[in-house]
Each structure stands twice: as structure tokens, then as C-alpha cells.
Design a protein. Structure first.
Length: 160
């Protein structure tokens, strides 16, 4: 089995002096010569993959199935915040709603990768929270400066 993520990178619009065409020609030959023994899965953004499949007449005919995954809903992008407790953080009242509002408002242009954006955003916020002010108690209810409180105001900012 061969899995090629971001396969469209093999067929850039400005191919010029690129080895992508040679790689695609080799892939097509591999798929033809070993069609009963090899499975090839290519993945990438929809529009770019359509371009990839159209770059060589033999490419599209070698892939018998196309599966399109829809973007995550804003509620799915909020998933990492469900793990706040595991990281010794507490979500203050209103914080979960503010996170949902943030992911609903974030611009979703062609370069937007919702899973990647959710991960990067949560990492950025976790880092900011580690540097922020401590809350008053830990899981046992005792004062603990290592435990942070995630408040609604942490998310009252424009998506960046």
C-alpha cells in the first residue's frame, strides 16, 4: 500500500523544472503493472486533487473511488478544549461558548485546514495560559499555582 498525502504537490500549477510529472508517470506505470498487488491512496484538498487527477489521462482512470470528507463543524474544532481538565486547566463559566464562537467566526478561505487550525490555535492558547495568572485551586481543592483557569476573556479576540 502506498499513501500519498498532499498528492497534488506532484502536479503544481507552475510545474517548470519539477520532478512531479516524472513521479506521476512512474506512479501510473506502477499502478498498471501491479494492479492486483498494489493499493494507492492519494489525499489532499478537493480542488487541488481535482487538478492532480486531471494532469495525466492515466491518473484519474487508475483511481476507482473518491471519498470527500466535509470540513469539521465549529463544535468539532472545539474538541481539544474538552481535554482541559487533563492538562490541569479549568474552563470558567462562558469559556466553552467563547471557544465555539471563535471557531464559528474564524475565516475559512481556501488555505484553511480546520483540524490543523484547531490544533495550532489550542497550542497557542495553552502556551499563553501556561504563561498567564494561576487559579486558586487544583483538583484536590488546594491552592496550586501550576493550575491555570481558562476564562471567557481568553477568547474575546479576533481570530488570527
Amino acid at each position: 500500500m502506498l499513501f500519498i498525502d498532499e498528492a497534488y504537490a506532484l502536479s503544481p500549477e507552475d510545474a517548470g523544472r519539477d520532478f512531479g510529472k516524472e513521479a506521476i508517470d512512474t506512479l501510473v506505470k506502477l499502478m498498471e503493472d501491479h494492479r492486483d498487488a498494489v493499493v494507492v491512496i492519494v489525499a489532499g484538498y478537493t480542488a487541488e486533487m481535482e487538478r492532480f487527477l486531471s494532469v495525466n489521462p492515466g491518473v484519474a482512470s487508475r483511481f476507482s473511488r473518491t471519498i470527500t470528507f466535509s470540513d469539521y463543524a465549529p463544535t468539532s474544532c472545539c474538541g481539544s478544549w474538552q481535554q482541559a481538565d487533563e492538562h490541569e486547566y479549568r474552563l470558567a463559566p462562558g469559556a466553552a461558548e467563547a471557544v465555539l464562537k471563535y471557531f464559528t467566526a474564524i475565516p475559512k478561505g481556501p488555505a484553511f485546514g480546520n483540524g490543523r487550525t484547531a490544533r495550532q490555535t489550542s497550542r497557542r492558547w495553552w502556551s499563553a495560559m501556561r504563561a498567564g495568572s494561576p487559579s486558586s485551586t487544583n483538583r484536590a481543592g488546594r491552592p496550586d499555582p501550576a493550575v491555570r483557569r481558562i476564562c471567557r476573556n481568553c477568547f474575546d479576540c479576533s481570530p488570527s
